[in-house]
Design a protein around this ligand. Structure first.
Ligand code: SF4
Length: 473
């Protein structure tokens, strides 16, 4: 579904490259491939071995790096970041990579995820005299590294990372090396590749395809990579815990051409659609998917049921972001600007509308209305994931429980509210089976907390939901 319509947003994408003279330009292209993970800010920091230079700004990658901005970013190491403004709120000071300068050297940090103990660490650091320049929880890591008593950067970084709890895929850079770390549960995806002799890391493998890099492997939970002119060394800052990759990466966030741990996202979504077809008997004329993320599941559902797949909904790609939505009436029109039904496809038909998830239900209701206004005689909504009943503390801007329709309504109540003729969700077991990870245990290496309320890490009384810091819709 369209992220900006629904209140379900990825927070960030990270990229890094070491060992290529065009590091900043390649990072720019890498960030382009990761643009779907955050559209509110972007930045690149580059090193020439002597100093770090940064260009950052609010907006899309193409807006931040308009003509000429990359020209003075010279050097063979670079890290970059795209962000959705949740953790820490909006404002240029929160756009990453965060860059810290001191007499002993500089440090740039790009972080995807959300720390669940950021508040307590921050209070502890402030009591010791730290002064924070942003409201981003990522800054906590920089202060921990700075305050650590160990002799080398490597030791200080490992020690600081071991104090963090929650989700963090981190790429850091000093004048002379890049370091990469993934939280002990591996909540967020992070992959390693090679471009000629250069090492690259990215939140998603689609960034490797765009720059022509070869995928090497996923970064392991608790792993710490040191990459410099000597090569790459893989170490650990923590023992791996129970693997808990975010299931919504497979269901919704990641691009269909990305792979996570060897599983292609498009193929996984097709299998989710096929699994739905096993769990549900339905008589209908046409299957359609809500663009873009539900198309793959709709194709899978169509293949398994034999009900023909059609493009019943079209996304208008050239609509700008609509921040001005003061009234319900204007909000309704906002959806019409972004999604249009294809009347010839749905008129007089019983339509199966496949979507990947329902958060507040308002968007589903609008899409059902659009299809019915275009002449659909029945609209059957099938969702390729289970009901989302619980908030996410790990960097996905899922609304708090009060705003999640599934946390306080039955499926039948939701069906009535969205105006559908039937409403079906995929089971948790069916979803895990369809994605096809082979890790041991019933969770098969997934985080399922927003469905099951079973969080893979401690959640503290002062853990802040990312969106509570900045709720824009
Ligand atoms: S709670 Fe849900 S959205 Fe958050 S990391 Fe877990 S699976 Fe992903």
């Amino acid at each position: 579904m369209l992220a900006e319509l629904r209140g379900l947003n990825e927070e960030c994408g990270v990229f890094g490259i070491w060992g290529d003279p065009n590091a900043a330009q390649i990072t720019y292209y890498g960030l382009h491939a990761l643009q779907h993970r955050g559209q509110e800010g972007a930045g690149i920091v580059v090193t020439d071995g002597q100093s770090l230079q940064a260009v950052k700004g609010e907006g899309l990658v193409s807006e931040v790096f308009s003509t000429g901005k990359l020209d003075h970013l010279k050097g063979s190491g670079a890290i970059g970041h795209v962000r959705y403004a949740t953790a820490g709120g909006r404002g240029i000071e929160n756009v990453q990579p965060l860059l810290f300068r001191s007499s002993t050297g500089s440090l740039a940090i790009a972080h995807n995820g959300n720390l669940v103990n950021a508040n307590s660490l921050r209070r502890h650091l402030e009591r010791q005299g730290s002064i924070f320049q942003s409201s981003s929880d990522t800054e906590v890591l920089a202060h921990l590294i700075k305050k650590s008593g160990y002799a080398t950067f490597e030791q200080r970084a490992k020690n600081a990372l071991s104090l963090l709890k929650g989700a963090f895929a981190v790429v850091m850079m000093t004048e002379d090396e890049m370091t990469v770390a993934l939280d002990p549960n591996g909540l967020r995806p992070l992959s390693l590749g090679k471009l000629g002799d250069a090492w690259v890391v990215a939140s998603e493998t689609c960034a490797f395809d765009l720059i022509g890099a070869e995928y090497i492997r996923s970064i392991e939970p608790g792993e710490f990579l040191i990459i410099n002119d000597e090569g790459m060394r893989a170490e650990r800052f923590a023992f791996p815990q129970k693997r808990a990759i975010c299931t919504m990466e497979y269901v919704y966030f990641s691009r269909p051409d990305s792979d996570i741990d060897g599983i292609n996202i498009h193929m996984a979504r097709k299998r989710l659609g096929k699994e739905l077809a096993k769990e549900l008997e339905i008589d209908a004329d046409v299957v359609t998917g809500v663009p873009d993320s539900s198309i793959s599941a709709a194709i899978g559902f169509s293949e398994a049921t034999g009900i023909p797949y059609e493009l019943g909904l079209i996304k208008n790609r050239y609509v700008g972001r609509t921040f001005i939505q003061p009234s319900q009436d204007l909000r309704e029109r906002g959806v019409k600007m972004k999604l249009s039904p294809v009347r010839q496809v749905v008129n007089g038909k019983r339509v199966v509308m496949v979507d990947d998830s329902i958060v507040r239900g308002t968007t589903s209701r609008r899409i059902v209305t659009l299809l019915k206004e275009a002449g659909a005689t029945e609209v059957h909504v099938v969702i390729s994931s289970p009901p989302i009943k619980n908030p996410c503390f790990y960097g996905i801007d899922i609304s708090s429980s009060e705003e999640l329709i599934a946390s306080n309504k039955s499926v039948e109540e939701m069906r009535v509210l969205i105006g559908a003729d039937s409403l079906t969700f995929l089971s948790v077991e069916g979803m895990v089976r369809a994605i096809g990870r082979t890790d041991e245990g019933p969770d098969a290496g997934h985080c399922l907390a927003c469905f099951t309320n079973n969080y893979p890490t401690e959640i503290y009384p002062d853990t802040v939901l990312p969106h509570k810091k900045e709720l824009s819709r």
